[in-house]
Design a protein around this ligand. Sequence first.
Ligand SMILES: CC(C)(COP(=O)(O)OP(=O)(O)OC[C@H]1O[C@@H](n2cnc3c(N)ncnc32)[C@H](O)[C@@H]1OP(=O)(O)O)[C@@H](O)C(=O)NCCC(=O)NCCS
Length: 180
Amino acid sequence: MSTIIPTARTPTRIVARRKPQHTVQAPAQHDGVRVRRGENTDLNELVMLEERTFDSDRLSRAQYRRHLDSDSAQVLVASASHNHFLGAVVLFFRKHSNLARVYSLATQPQARGRGVGTALLEAAEHAARRRGCRALRLEVQVGNARAIRLYEHIGYVRIGRYEHFYQGGADAWRYEKVLG
Ligand SMILES: CC(C)(COP(=O)(O)OP(=O)(O)OC[C@H]1O[C@@H](n2cnc3c(N)ncnc32)[C@H](O)[C@@H]1OP(=O)(O)O)[C@@H](O)C(=O)NCCC(=O)NCCS
């Protein structure tokens, strides 16, 4: 494959321009799950979810802060009634590329299996389409059966394997979904 593979969870260089505020990104609704653009007030929840979910390759608070205020990233947050924080997805875009990358996806442990991950991925697709992207790509640890099942269930296709992709040395599958 000729695509340049960014190091796992290495932050993409961010173009420091302000995003428009209060942009509605997606109409995704799954059993009362609403997906919206993340804001600075979500920082604590985002960092806590990151620490609770990932043992390595974590996004720091500073990185989340930059991504929340960047044109080349989008943080989308899933919530239920009373703004209850359920999960988040981080998307990266690159200048002059029509490929978007799902960098991170996580649902609160107690909220899994209720469609939150699906709603976040649908919102990511919606956001990528709005940016004129033709496809979404992502990497997933080869042993992460649950995430792999979810990705394949909603139409991602495996396109490569990358050795020692993660900080801990684990391999990754790369998946792609071509957007209709
Ligand atoms: C992978 C992950 C994001 C999935 O999130 P999720 O919110 O559980 O995802 P969903 O609920 O949309 O889908 C998961 C399963 O629940 C099922 N489901 C969806 N809505 C449902 C509902 N209302 N009732 C019952 N089951 C439902 C889905 O069909 C899917 O089933 P399957 O696994 O048999 O295909 C979550 O497990 C997670 O955060 N894992 C840790 C972090 C991680 O691995 N991230 C991905 C790699 S970076």
